[in-house]
Design a protein around this ligand. Structure first.
Ligand code: G6P
Length: 615
């Protein structure tokens, strides 16, 4: 959730810390701060509330410039304690230890009460400050910084990614992680840490990914890593294949806009090398996919947010096309109930980041309930925590997604799930060669179809102008389009702060129709499928109650335009797999343009974070 960056170098580290924070702002932006060890080995810290820009301004405003060769920095997404200067990281204990933290220390109240009796004073309301004091206390009985950290972390329950420096050990940073991501970057002039490799791309492409429970001592010329049992370990150095250009804004105004328009390429990349001769390569899901898929009797999908919506669509596909039973649930609920998990379950986690805490914990909980499950993670992040605890991994090749509201990750998840449907269907002999070819043809046409749907932007912009002043909106769809309606409503809420709800069109008459009047715009999705006539009747029910209506239709759906109703043909002749993907595009554009008219911070909407690594 929060972002961490740090390093020990030959040069002044300050500019690099700021650059890293700017890259990490998507993880949280309530407040930020940085600290360096200055020449006389004393801490020099600056913190500020709000975005990293405010921290930059505070640094510029200082008479004495900050400078040092070793430092850590943080951008925060508040969990414990409001976004104030005192709650901002880095935190300091006794002028001896300073640290930045991503995660939650669940037993912090108990630790805090104990530390107060030991004489520690608290300056913040955070759970993090206890970590600093615990390490300072451990330093009294340990003769290295790393052993102090190893001792202190034994007392924490919860999750952490930590970057720690000490005025008594001015040549090193200690990094450790449990439940929160942390990477080490290896550079020419020093070594670095970050919660996301992206923060270090300007200095290095070489990374070490810390395992759960690892503690690392990072010096300018040496990195030593111990595992959670205190054994010295050798973690491999991996070279990142991401290109720097994939991260900049280019000619776009916002990442959300860039990522919407990158979807044709993202889909192409996700399909690449996964299809030959009109047939899906089952081994794309891992070399053990075949032997595992053949045994499965049902599918359970777990995800959060937008990824959950992709799961809802996959349920229709898996049951309709591959004829295998499928359940879908949000991770935050699933992880805390005692679900029945039958033998032969393919347990799929869907996650753009691969770091969503609830999704990770739901998988761990499922493995405890039934160790027989085969776990498959579909993610956009190759080295994420989810990939490490899953039996099989399938990477969506969407490229880095920076905009907090997910767009290209969603459509590439759907593409990945369509490939899965084909793979399972083939193995179970529930789909024929002809059917598979039909699906594959549709998938190959997708980049072109998305491009066509993107051409509607000018018209959608006009609609957005009309919607910008509404307080509430209702999204309607049937079948998979109900999930697309949910995704459309979520996007509008996230980026334009307009209350929006999605309903299966046939369910409207059981309650929500009471809300319909001229002030409640209704946005409906009308593909040309077997439910079209039923949807048309539902739309009549709404229209006759005076609502203003926007309908995104398949040209062949031929929805009759009426007064206060706009029908926008998006596409024509789509099948059950391609249709939900294509109808997503106008809804993404609609929320993006409403947000622009409203002047919200599109890429960093209030209160949200890209990667939710806390409960
Ligand atoms: C956050 C993001 C959403 C995202 C959800 C799940 O809430 O703001 O855009 O859909 O997390 O993230 P994941 O990385 O697991 O797909």
């Amino acid at each position: 959730m929060c972002g961490i960056v740090g390093g020990v170098t030959n040069n002044d580290i300050t500019a690099l810390l700021l650059e890293g924070l700017n890259c990490l702002e998507y993880r949280g932006y309530d407040s930020s701060g940085l600290i360096v060890l200055s020449k006389n080995n004393s801490f020099d810290r600056v913190r500020s509330v709000g975005k990293v820009k405010n921290l930059e301004d505070s640094l510029k405003a200082r008479e004495q410039k900050i400078s040092g060769n070793i430092g850590i920095a943080h951008t925060r997404w508040a969990t414990h304690g409001e976004p104030t200067i005192n709650n901002a990281h880095p935190h300091i204990s006794m002028n001896s230890v300073s640290l930045v933290h991503n995660g939650i220390i669940e037993n912090y109240i108990e630790l805090k009460n104990n530390q107060i009796t030991q004489g520690y004073e608290f300056t913040s309301e955070t759970d993090t400050e206890v970590i600093a004091h615990a390490i300072d206390f451990a330093m009294k009985s340990c003769n290295t910084l790393i052993s102090s950290v190893q001792l202190a972390i034994k007392s924490f329950s919860g999750s952490y990614g930590l970057g720690i420096i000490s005025s008594k050990y001015p040549d090193q940073i200690i990094a450790t992680r449990k439940g929160s991501p942390l990477v080490i970057g290896i550079g020419n002039n020093g070594n670095y840490i970050a919660s996301d490799q992206m923060a270090l791309f300007s200095i290095t492409k070489e990374f070490i990914f810390l395992e759960e429970g690892d503690v690392a001592e990072i010096k300018i010329d040496k990195i030593t890593i111990y595992d959670l049992n205190g054994n010295l370990v050798d973690r491999p150095i991996k070279t990142s294949k991401l290109k720097k250009g994939q991260i900049g804004l280019g000619n776009y105004s916002h990442y959300m806009q860039k990522e919407i328009f990158e979807q044709p390429q993202a889909i192409r990349d996700t399909l690449e090398s996964r299809i030959t001769n009109n047939s899906v390569l089952i081994s794309s899901f891992g070399h053990k996919a075949k032997e595992n898929f053949i045994k499965i009797k049902q599918v359970q999908i777990i995800a959060c947010g937008t990824s959950y919506h992709a799961g809802l669509i996959a349920k229709y596909w898996l049951e309709d096309i591959a004829k295998i039973s499928c359940n879908v649930e949000v991770a935050s609920e699933y992880r805390y109930r005692r679900p029945i998990i039958l033998n032969g379950t393919l347990f799929i986690t869907l996650s753009q980041s691969g770091e969503t805490a609830d999704t990770i914990e739901a998988l761990k909980a499922a493995k405890i309930i039934n160790s027989d499950i085969c776990s498959l993670c579909i993610t956009n992040s190759a080295e994420s925590s989810l990939t490490r605890i899953s039996d099989l991994t399938f990477l969506t090749h969407a490229g880095p997604e920076i905009g907090v509201a997910s767009t290209k990750a969603f459509t590439t998840q759907l593409v990945s799930l369509a490939l899965l449907v084909c793979s399972i269907g083939k193995l179970k002999k529930t789909i024929s060669k002809k059917q598979e070819k039909g699906i594959v043809d549709g998938l190959k046409r997708l980049p072109g179809l998305v491009n066509e749907a993107l051409l509607q932007e000018a018209q959608i912009k006009k609609l957005a102008n009309r919607l910008k002043d509404t307080n509430s909106a209702l999204f309607l769809g049937r079948g998979t389009m109900h999930a697309i309606a949910m995704e459309g409503a979520l996007k509008l809420k996230e980026v334009s702060y307009i209350h929006a709800e999605a309903y299966p069109a046939g369910e409207l008459k059981h309650g929500p129709i009471a809300l319909i009047d001229k002030n409640m715009p209704v946005i409906a999705i009308a593909p040309n499928d077997e439910l079209l006539e039923k949807l048309k009747s539902n739309l009549q029910e709404v229209k006759s109650r005076g609502s203003q209506m926007i309908v995104f239709e398949d040209e062949n759906s031929k929805i009759q335009e009426m007064q206060a109703m706009e029908v926008i043909p998006v596409t024509s002749n789509l099948g059950p797999i391609t249709a939900p993907i294509i109808f997503t595009i106008p809804l993404q554009l609609l929320s993006y343009h409403v947000a622009l008219f409203k002047g919200t911070d599109v890429d960093k909407p209030r209160n949200l974070a890209k990667s939710v690594t806390v409960e």
